[in-house]
Design a binder for this molecule. Structure first.
Ligand SMILES: [Zn+2]
Length: 68
């Protein structure tokens, strides 16, 4: 049982350090482009609503580790 606890702690610390250095991931909704293309007119697009046009999303746990 103890070994699993150690693995879990190492995993959490590693993820925490990873979040600190790389808090963002690409938006899955627009695939990181920040744009959402229409289906009829291929050139027509708008800002992605999920990420607000940045193409970035907070990674899972960013808010948890930041404490807000
Ligand atoms: Zn997006």
């Amino acid at each position: 049982m103890g070994i699993f606890l150690i693995i879990a702690i190492v995993f959490v610390i590693g993820y925490f350090l990873s979040i600190r250095s790389h808090p963002f991931t690409k938006c899955r909704f627009c695939n990181g482009t920040g744009r959402h293309f229409g289906t009829t007119y291929g050139y027509a697009h708008r800002r992605c609503r999920r990420c607000g046009g940045t193409g970035r999303r907070d990674r899972l746990g960013v808010r948890f580790f930041r404490g807000n």
